[in-house]
Ligand binder design. Structure first.
Ligand code: TXA
Ligand code: MG
Length: 336
């Protein structure tokens, strides 16, 4: 039996599987099986207030999940799907409250990975799938990462190779009021706000970008997330020697809590006399692709330091920095 058929058999039996996508690997279950959705939350230790994204293989499936397939959704889906963009729209009755954490909206995405698309279209049912990591942790970008994350759970994983994008999709909420679309970027990603605005303008969609201020609208966007198992420190100051940095870390690190927002961090047992430096490629797409696997590799050291750079195209780096700052236990010389 090939991997796709095996995955279909498991999904139809209400099981969860490891799903490759172009962003990160997902932990997927059929939206028709409540037991699979419950298992996703359980296996991930994910709180029930954090809703799941539903993955589709075609526009018909996307439209079936929402009561409000608007012109703005159509324009953005036509331009960016399949791809790293999640649209948050009014949900239809076929989406259970468990998937949306009781919200009346649902996140929908068509992933750009041949195996994911083949699986969802053959199964003929959309798949709910968060990133395949324990809650709050670094997301997996290889099948091996998923295996390591859920070693005790015996989960079938489709190996689709390393993820091309490497960070999670851009999440965009679309709300229509009168003849104006209110667009909020709830999570940054490979598709930037400028690209979204450019496409809406090109297609003559009347819109306004608004900041989501209601925490219920962006429930998964807590302060800490994507955290490696050891402290990640961001250094924004440019003129510090290694000794000065170590002095600051040694003075601060032991005051940090053992866990932030329930996410455990292994603190160094004694004084540090060295740290591992996270180095990222200068091309943002390549930096994003390697980001999570680098964090995993460097987690064998007691502490990781990243030196904040300035870039010609800061917007292309925004998704990477959103993750780095949420993953950090400490920031030296916080910028205003
Ligand atoms: O690239 C991705 O989006 C990956 C791959 C597997 O598709 N998935 C992913 O899922 O990152 P997850 O669950 O790790 O992150 C989904 C984010 C969460 O922060 C969640 O709160 C938000 O999307 N989200 C999902 N549905 C939402 C909704 N109805 N309203 C607001 N935020 C929502
Ligand atoms: Mg996640």
């Amino acid at each position: 039996m090939n991997v796709i058929d095996k995955a279909i058999e498991l999904l139809n039996a209400g099981e969860v599987i490891g799903l490759p996508t172009e962003t990160v690997y997902g932990l997927a279950g059929s939206i028709n099986h409540i037991s699979a959705i419950e298992k996703i939350f359980k296996v991930k230790d994910r709180p029930f207030f954090d809703p799941l994204i539903v993955h589709v293989a075609n526009l018909e499936q996307a439209q079936s999940l929402t009561k409000d397939w608007s012109m703005a959704a159509e324009v953005l889906a036509n331009k960016f799907w399949p791809g790293p963009l999640t649209l948050v729209l009014q949900k239809s009755e076929i989406v259970s409250d468990l998937i949306t954490s009781g919200l009346d909206t649902v996140g929908i995405r068509m992933p750009n990975h041949p195996l994911a698309l083949e699986l969802i279209s053959k199964l003929n049912v959309p798949l709910a799938a968060p990133s395949a990591n324990k809650f709050g942790r670094t997301s997996p970008t290889t099948a091996q990462h998923v295996l390591e994350e859920f070693r005790n759970e015996n989960i079938f994983i489709i190996d689709g190779g390393p993820c091309e994008i490497g960070i999670e999709s851009t999440v965009v909420s679309i709300k229509k009021s009168e003849d104006l679309y209110k667009i909020s970027i709830l999570r940054k990603g490979a598709i930037t706000e400028s690209e979204i605005k450019a496409e809406l303008s090109l297609c003559k969609v009347k819109y306004q970008i608004i900041q989501a201020t209601d925490p219920h609208e962006a429930p998964g966007h807590m302060k800490h997330h994507y955290m490696p198992s050891v402290p990640l420190i961001i250094c924004e100051e440019e003129n510090l020697t290694q000794k000065m940095i170590l002095d600051i870390i040694n003075a601060e690190i032991h005051h940090l809590p053992e866990a932030v927002s329930g996410i455990k961090i292994i603190k160094p047992s004694g004084l540090l006399n060295n740290f591992a430096e996270l180095r990222l490629d200068e091309v943002p797409a390549l930096a994003a692709r390697k980001l999570y696997s680098e964090l995993r590799v460097l987690s064998k050291y007691p502490c990781i330091v990243y030196f904040r750079k300035t870039h010609k195209d800061e917007e292309a780096w925004a998704g990477i920095y959103e993750r780095l700052y949420k993953a950090a236990s400490l920031v030296i010389g916080k910028k205003a």
